[in-house]
Write a protein that binds this ligand. Structure first.
Ligand code: NDP
Length: 419
């Protein structure tokens, strides 16, 4: 039995919280703390009649370390699950250290203000040294290694689907199917349709920043960066069908390159329809994806935040999204001296997710692993002092939990490969 402190009450949080409430044997008490407390209260009221888990709510600004630390100390949880935004990763890690509790998240650190000169100087140095220009990277959180080690606390980074399950699939493939993995292709396919001309499936600001950035992949020990959407492939996804997919930079490439010995190439592909890409290019061309504030009628506004206010709330897509997602990894490598290929994937149905927890599959496929990662930490199955990504732990209990908690996976030993 454990007490979990959950920060954020958006699309992903809703699923993680619903899943904790289904799992009252492990999570007997949870705190939902977020910026807008009315959302926490509404969700708590909805879930209380369905669960034995005791739910408390609070208002918190997770950018404020002191305020957050005081609230965590008062509630005294075993761990904090951060399902707010990547902007809050470092302040929440600081608060966890101050309060002496474990830390869990689903996305690596990214600054809210990319024009901040101190951050920018470090970023530009990193771009030159490492060769990829994404705003997010693990260096900020890996820098907490010694602090978490000394405190005897675990920081588990990236327990969503991608990053998260995709990295656990990799650890599982390495443990059970390969002596050496040589290539990893991570394939993220959303075959769902929400009926709007344009909407994003999770936080628009984070989502649009990610997909409008240059692509990159890891090959022979270094990063290779491409123009945004420059590499396109077609793939026939099991249970979804033929889709166009594009190479993107993605955060798990960075940690897998570090943690999977002998890996020669890691790529990440995501499916997009032509209409989504045309809308995004147009918004980008007119400056609507910019994070730099502008003055408008005597007020300062950030274009991408204004756009977020115009777009449908991702949490509202649940009832209208139909179709399936298919997310997984294709591996090639060596087993017992012979070449081997393997595909591990999960298929998730948007409407099934909505019936179960009132969310579409993108939030579901992230929220379920957020609960599972938290369970691994609070049960002591995945406890090591320091800062870790999910592939650094034994994948077996996590893989078992995926089957039990709604994300069953399939192993295909003869998959179609990506050229
Ligand atoms: P949402 O925008 O729907 O929710 C974010 C929540 O965080 C909101 O409740 C928001 O409050 C709250 N919040 C924001 N700032 C603060 C703050 N300073 N203090 C307290 N609470 C705050 O985002 P999503 O649910 O779509 O995404 C959540 C996380 O999941 C993100 O980090 C995202 O990158 C990650 N993610 C990971 C994936 C993976 O597979 N690994 C896939 C998809 C998402 P308010 O209601 O007031 O706005």
């Amino acid at each position: 039995m454990a007490r979990l402190f959950i920060i954020g009450c958006g699309g992903v949080a809703r699923v993680a919280i619903a899943k904790c409430c289904q799992n009252s044997e492990v999570f007997d008490e949870i705190m939902i703390a977020s910026r807008t407390v009315s959302k926490c209260e509404a969700l708590a009221e909805e879930l209380r009649p369905t669960t034995k888990t005791v739910i408390t709510t609070a208002q918190v600004d997770a950018d404020n370390v002191e305020e957050l630390t005081a609230l965590i100390r008062e509630y005294a949880p075993v761990a904090v699950l951060n399902v707010a935004l990547p902007y809050q990763d470092l302040t929440i890690m600081d608060a966890c250290l101050a309060a002496g509790v474990h830390y869990i998240d689903t996305a690596n650190y990214e600054p809210e203000d990319t024009d901040d000169p101190t951050w920018r100087a470090i970023y530009e140095k990193r771009c030159k040294e490492l060769g990829f220009s994404a705003y997010f990277d693990y260096s900020w959180q890996w820098a907490y290694q010694e602090k978490f080690e000394k405190a005897g606390l675990t920081a588990l980074c990236g327990t969503g689907f991608d990053p998260g399950v995709t990295s656990v699939f990799t650890a599982y493939a390495l443990k059970h199917y390969f002596d050496e993995i040589h290539t990893i292709d991570i394939l993220d396919c959303n075959g769902g349709d929400h009926g709007y001309p344009f909407a994003t499936n999770f936080n628009p600001e984070i989502n649009l920043r990610e997909v409008s950035a240059p692509g990159s992949y890891w090959e022979n020990g270094k990063w290779i960066e491409t123009e945004p959407m420059a590499i396109k492939r077609e793939y026939d996804f099991p249970e979804v069908g033929e889709k166009d997919m594009y190479l993107l930079h993605h955060e798990e490439i960075e940690s897998l390159a570090k943690n999977i010995p002998g890996v020669k190439r890691i790529r990440f592909f995501m499916t997009f329809g032509q209409s989504y890409l045309t809308h995004m290019k147009c918004l980008e061309n007119v400056g609507m994806l910019s994070t730099t504030p502008i003055h408008f009628e005597g007020k300062e506004i950030v274009p991408i935040q204004f756009l977020k206010a115009l777009l449908p709330d991702p949490a509202s897509l649940g009832p209208r999204t139909v179709g399936k997602t298919n997310i997984g990894c294709i591996f090639t490598g060596i087993k017992d001296g012979k070449e081997k290929t393997l595909y591990i994937y999960n298929v998730c149905d948007h409407q099934e997710c909505y019936k179960e927890v009132g969310s579409q599959a993108i939030s579901y496929t992230t929220g379920v692993p957020a609960m599972i990662g938290s369970m691994m930490v609070v049960k002591g199955l995945w406890n090591k002092p320091g800062v870790f990504t999910v592939e650094e732990f034994d994948p077996d209990p996590y893989m078992e939990a995926l089957n039990r908690w709604g994300l069953p996976w399939v192993v295909d030993e003869n998959p179609q490969l990506v050229p």
